[in-house]
Design a protein around this ligand. Sequence first.
Ligand code: ADP
Ligand code: MG
Length: 327
Amino acid sequence: MKNLLLSLLALASLARMDAARAEWVERVEDGIMGTRIVVELWADDKTQGNAAIDAVLAEMRRVDQAMSTYKPTSELSIVNARAAQEPIKISAELFDLLSTALEYSRITDGAFDVTYASVGYLYDFRKHVRPDEKQIAAALPGINYRHIELDKKNSTVHFARAGVRVDLGGIGKGHAVDRGIAVLQARGIEHALVTAGGDSRIIGDRFGKPWVVGIRHPDRKEEVIARIPLEDAAISTSGDYERYFDENGVRYHHIIDPKTGHSASKVRSATIIGPTATRTDGLSKTAFVLGPEKAIEIYNRLDDIDAVLVTPEGKVLYTKGLEPPKQ
Ligand code: ADP
Ligand code: MG
């Protein structure tokens, strides 16, 4: 009996020592997917935590290598170069992501459309370059998600016509975040945050308290318009202040209306909350293209989605799951 008690005491103190070594480990890394990556997690010890973060960053670099249109050797660049001529065999990962992209196009009445790039590639927001109306009109027929033909049996993609370009910039960061979370879950990590630019996903809580993610003011960088408590959820924010230039009072920015080839400006920002970062990333472009009323109607139809929109007039709108209590 005494022995048992002693060993129980020993176990208890071991457990205490373990708890003392466990800690939050955090890293911020710039450059992958052209954005800032943040990983924060609760690990049994620092070495283990840092190894897990290394694995997340390696996974995100791998996704970037495959999906980037800036890298001519990426799997996606090869598809863009050749898929109008013949069906191209692609990895299961790219096949699934393209299938998901098409699903989001159908959900959003075509507001989300990865073939936006058929015109989108003519913009360079850093260099203040934009296409003129003639160039847009010539390239516009290339935009239509229905041009993407996927063959499940052969795992191929084919473009129905020439002039189609796909860019996964509207879903790729979310996908990379989800892959990062999968890496952490495989290592048994139960409390973590992974962020790539405007796309984040959280597993677990912060010991009895939710994680709190702030939504920034579209014009005043330091100002927060809402704070959202989250556990086991993903959140994505798109804003017209992320990549843009202003010319003669018009803002040219990186979210493109697939119908017109122009920047879509029906909201200033859209924040989506949902189960995965791929989904929240994919759905955050919709409100810019369709406008707040139609977008909220779509989001309210989806059981697993909530949203916070900032209109051009600065009004903040919520889907029904988030509506603040009436005063
Ligand atoms: P971030 O790149 O910071 O994650 P967003 O999530 O707001 O920003 O995504 C913007 C990106 O989405 C653009 O840079 C472009 O690559 C892509 N995109 C733009 N318009 C559309 C559209 N109509 N449908 C799908 N993707 C789009
Ligand atoms: Mg995004």
